[in-house]
Design a protein around this ligand. Structure first.
Ligand SMILES: [Zn+2]
Ligand SMILES: [Zn+2]
Length: 473
């Protein structure tokens, strides 16, 4: 946690009073809402809590504390002693010239508490002398207070490029994922690598550049784009497993397109396909991709025990698509389970274990949240309790008679219902699309809706048959 970094500007979510803290290190700032012990905790806590929901439990390390506790004494000393070599490396690798008397250290000003405003000018092996003369942060210039002083090496920090190399060396980092911008030729990684190897005598970590996450087909996410996507938002509507799957399904080096609208149902379909594949169903996935698909599913599983992912022992699934109808035709979990049992989608319906109930509950909550927040309008519907006042063409009404006869006999599953209606329409020379339109009209009093098989399967068979009979000829 880079909590020794100075506050560079005041983002919208911070109160105006925070202007007084511009340039001060984050670890010194108060919680903006008064709910945590510090500014850093306020912003890291929700992130860590959401990571825990997807079973990622990092050990947070505070950079400020590492300096204060003297853990960095050694690397800071080396960096200051060999400042001129570091200056030369930065010039050689990145082309940027810091000047002959540059020292890689930002002191925290003893007078005004700012760190972005100080410039170090002397190092005597004990203390760093500095002037608080002001500094540039992004587009802003932050005024210094003019103070001159000298501090010990625990009261300041190394500049970012040097700090990164020092961190690799001190923590023994072997693997470092980073945004692709840091991997540019002459960029931060190359400079850090040279400093790490030549100044700290440590091998630089293996870099893995990752691509951006883009939203809805190209808009870039990020602080400056003004749209911040939190992992919590994704988990809320996509379940923890699907959120993990979102990251595991593609290479780190390919960009990830997240679409909170219909994209979520596509992600769900892909995840459920991987699940069925994992449990040995023939899903049409080509032989050479099977191993990857199964592994992605395994890695997306939440329980990580004794260094091994625990995947549930049997295949259990009520699809996300089916649930988008179920949550709108049922008020609570029990009635959803009753409907699922009735629709025969799963074989061992009699014995729902507590774990399966919980899993379904998480999925149901996610689907409800998605319907309430991001689902396209035409996914939302209400089933008409009484037959609506709609006109249905005569040839459709004739076909209704045959359809309801067949619906009375089939297993009540989405596929069976869909196929029955589809085939009967065809046999009567009616376009399936037109017939589906009539069906939406008599149940929803509109011409569009969720996938018809799922919609009708989530309703009581008697209710469905009765409604079709009402309009039949
Ligand atoms: Zn707080
Ligand atoms: Zn100052």
């Amino acid at each position: 946690m880079d909590d020794l970094d100075g506050l560079r500007k005041i983002p919208k979510q911070l109160p105006k009073e925070f202007e007084q803290y511009l340039g001060q290190p984050a670890f010194k700032l108060p919680c903006p809402d008064g709910c945590c012990s510090s500014f850093a905790e306020h912003f890291t806590r929700p992130f860590l809590e959401n990571l825990a929901r997807i079973d990622v439990k990092p050990e947070p390390v505070s950079v400020a504390k590492m300096y204060q506790d003297g853990k960095y004494d050694n690397v800071v000393r080396i960096a200051l002693d060999r400042a001129s070599e570091i200056t030369a490396i930065i010039k050689e690798v990145s082309g940027s010239d810091r000047g002959d008397d540059w020292l890689p250290f930002f002191a925290i000003c003893e007078s005004c508490g700012r760190i972005l405003t100080t410039q170090a000018y002397a190092w005597d092996g004990q203390k760093v002398s500095y002037r608080c003369k002001g500094g540039i942060a992004g587009k802003n210039f932050i005024e210094g207070c003019g103070h001159e002083g000298a501090v010990g090496i625990r009261d300041g920090k190394l500049p970012w490029r040097v700090e990164w190399a020092a961190r690799w060396s001190h923590l023994g980092v072997t693997f470092e994922p980073m945004g692709k911008d840091l991997m540019a030729s002459g960029g931060t990684y190359e400079t850090g690598k040279a400093i790490c190897e030549r100044i700290f005598n440590s091998p630089a970590p293996l870099p893995i550049p990752y691509e951006w996450i883009v939203i809805e087909g190209g808009k870039r996410l990020g602080k400056s784009a003004g749209r911040i996507l939190t992992i919590g938002e994704l988990i809320d509507i996509a379940t923890p497993e699907m959120a993990r799957y979102f990251f595991f399904r593609s290479k780190p080096t390919s960009h990830k397109d997240i679409d909170f609208g219909l994209g979520i149902t596509k992600l769900a379909e892909e995840y459920e396909l991987a699940e069925r594949t994992y449990f040995g169903q023939d899903t049409g996935i080509p032989e050479k991709e099977l191993e990857d698909v199964k592994r992605n599913y395994e890695l997306s599983s939440i329980n990580f025990i004794n260094n091994k992912f625990q995947v549930q022992s049997k295949y259990f699934n009520v699809s996300y698509s089916h649930l988008t109808s179920l949550v709108q035709t049922n008020d609570n979990l029990n009635s959803i389970i009753d409907t699922v049992n009735r629709t025969n989608e799963i074989r061992y319906v009699e014995d729902w274990s507590e774990e399966e109930r919980q899993k379904l509950e998480i999925k149901v909550d996610a689907v409800r949240k998605w319907i309430d927040t991001h689902a396209p309008e035409d996914m939302k519907f209400q089933v008409e309790k009484q037959p609506p006042d709609v006109q249905i063409p005569i040839d459709h009404r004739k076909a209704f008679d045959i359809i309801l006869d067949k619906l009375n006999k089939i297993d009540w599953t989405p596929d069976n219902i869909h196929n029955t209606i589809h085939e009967t329409s065809k046999n009567h020379g009616i376009k399936a699309g037109d017939m589906f339109k009539s069906m939406y009209q008599i149940f929803l009093n509109r011409t569009k809706g969720p996938r018809l098989g799922y919609l009708l399967a989530s309703l009581d068979r008697e209710f469905v048959v009765e409604r079709i009979r009402h309009f039949s000829k």
